[in-house]
Each structure stands twice: as C-alpha cells, then as structure tokens.
Design a binder for this molecule. Structure first.
Ligand SMILES: Nc1ncnc2c1ncn2[C@@H]1O[C@H](COP(=O)(O)OP(=O)(O)OP(=O)(O)O)[C@@H](O)[C@H]1O
Ligand SMILES: CC(C)(CO)[C@@H](O)C(=O)NCCC(=O)O
Ligand SMILES: [K+]
Length: 244
C-alpha cells in the first residue's frame, strides 16, 4: 500500500493506493501537513511507501521524519518517465506536469494526448502518439484571475467563483464573472481548437480543482477526472520501480 502526496501551489492532496485501487482521498493545507499524514498512516497501517510530488514550497524536511517508519520517495527530474522529453528547459519543467504527462502516456497508450490541469495555474501538456512530450502552456487559473483583478486595481471587489448570468455583464460583479468565467472557457475551447488544427485526433484529459465546474461548460468532449494527478503519481511510482 502506498500514500501519494501532491503538494500543489495552494493545497495538498493525498491518496492511499493498493496497486490501481484508490482507497481514500485527503485534501488539506500546508500548515496541517504533518498531522494529516500522521492521521492517514494511523488509519492505513499497511502503507509502506510515501510518494511525493511537490511544486509547492513545502520543504523536504517536513517529510523526512517519516523515513523512520516508511520509504520516502520524492519524484524528481532524475526519475524514469515513460516519454521522451523535448522541452527545451527540462530542468525547469514542473514536476506536476511531468507526472500528468506520465499518467496520460501510461493510461492512454498509442494516441495523442492533451492534459489540461485547471488548478492555481492552468497548464496544458501535449504528448504525441509516439510518446514524445512536446510542452504546452501555462496561464493563470480561475481563482487567480479573480484575485488578480482585485489585487491590481483600486475598485474591483474580490468575488468568488460564480456562473455568469449572461455574456453581457450588466453590473460590476456580472462583468467580472463574465470576464473571468466566460473568458476562461473560451480560452480553453480556443486552445483545444488550435491543437485540433495541428493534430486531427487526440484525447483530452481535464483535471485540477476546477474540473467539475469546467467540464459541463466546455464545448469540446473531454475526459474529466479531478483525481488524475493522484492516479498519475501512483502510476509514475510503479513505473519508476520497474525501470530504475
Ligand atoms: N477549497 C478550495 N480551495 C482552493 N481552491 C479551490 C477550492 N475548491 C475549489 N477550488 C478551485 O480549484 C482551483 C485551484 O485548484 P487546485 O486545488 O487543484 O490547486 P492547487 O492545490 O494549487 O494545485 P496545483 O498547484 O496543482 O494547481 C481554484 O481555481 C479554485 O477555483
Ligand atoms: C506551472 C506550475 C506552477 C503549475 O503547477 C508548475 O508546473 C511549475 O511550477 N512549473 C515550472 C515551469 C514549467 O513547467 O515550465
Ligand atoms: K495546475
């Protein structure tokens, strides 16, 4: 049994796996890290390995106390991944993006894949049918757009995510919701359409904290799975064990 931990930019997500079976998911903040991991290990006493992917600023130190009771693995650029990496700056590629690309490669063999992670940032990652990782895009996520409007203007309020009533916002709040939500959706559909112009066939995997909100609003057909990063982390670890 393994415990995988995804340290994101905002939150931490963890899951317990036995082979491909996911037992339970946990979401918590960085300050509660140690206590939460202890509680999970208390509940799942058969966990032998702790597998961590981190893009956040949580230090390795926070996990090292656990190495007395389990094996602790930090997924890094040095590990084996199931794709050829064509990124021009592979050392600066986010570990979360590498893990997503690994999951897409292993779960959807022999096809072009586009992974869209709508989290703090939205990231796009493309892996072609011959398992070449080509790169993608990074843009501000949904919540970040609301925050940016508020933080970098004098008059705009900080709103929480809400479905716009119409394309044409008839108040400050409706204008913001239209700009953020409609803009985000058009952007994603626009990206997908441009990828389609280059690659006639590919599957689209949507994941991240905004998956459920977005899935029903996109015009393109996508495979929505908010646990895709956690599942991919488990698969990346299995792949690493076999290939190291
Ligand atoms: N409880 C919550 N806290 C923060 N964001 C949330 C929450 N519930 C839903 N969201 C949505 O999820 C998005 C953030 O995604 P996510 O939680 O995957 O980010 P993260 O933890 O920083 O991970 P990553 O760094 O991998 O993107 C926000 O845009 C927000 O709209
Ligand atoms: C883009 C984020 C912040 C998304 O979590 C992360 O993947 C990251 O820090 N990436 C480093 C830059 C890059 O991927 O090229
Ligand atoms: K993300």
């Amino acid at each position: 049994m393994i415990l995988v931990v995804d340290v994101g930019n905002t939150r931490i997500k963890a899951a317990v796996f036995e082979d491909a079976t996911l037992f339970e998911i946990f979401v918590f903040s960085k300050i509660e890290l140690r206590k939460n991991i202890e509680n999970i290990l208390e509940k799942f006493r058969n966990v032998t390995d702790l597998v961590i992917s981190s893009v956040g600023d949580v230090e390795k130190q926070s996990f090292l106390n656990f190495d007395k009771v389990l094996k602790v693995h930090f997924i890094s650029h040095e590990d084996s991944f199931p794709f050829r990496n064509w990124y021009a700056t592979p050392k600066t590629l986010g570990i979360d993006r590498m893990v997503l690309a690994a999951g897409a490669t292993l779960q959807f063999p022999n096809q072009n894949r586009l992974v869209i992670d709508a989290g703090t940032c939205i990231t796009y990652d493309f892996i072609d049918e011959n398992d070449n990782y080509l790169g993608g895009a990074i843009a501000p996520g949904l919540r970040l757009r609301y925050e940016a409007l508020h933080n970098y203007t004098a008059k705009l309020p900080l709103l929480s995510l809400q479905t716009p009533q119409d394309l044409i916002g008839n108040s400050t709040s409706e204008s913001i919701h239209s700009g953020v939500v409609n803009g985000f959706v058009y952007e994603i559909d626009g990206f997908i359409d441009e990828y389609k112009a280059r690659y006639p066939n590919f599957i689209i995997i949507l994941t991240g904290g905004d998956t459920d909100f977005l899935a029903k609003r996109l015009k393109n057909t996508i495979f929505a799975n908010s646990n895709f990063l956690l599942e991919s982390l488990s698969q990346t670890f299995q792949y690493k064990i076999k290939n190291d």
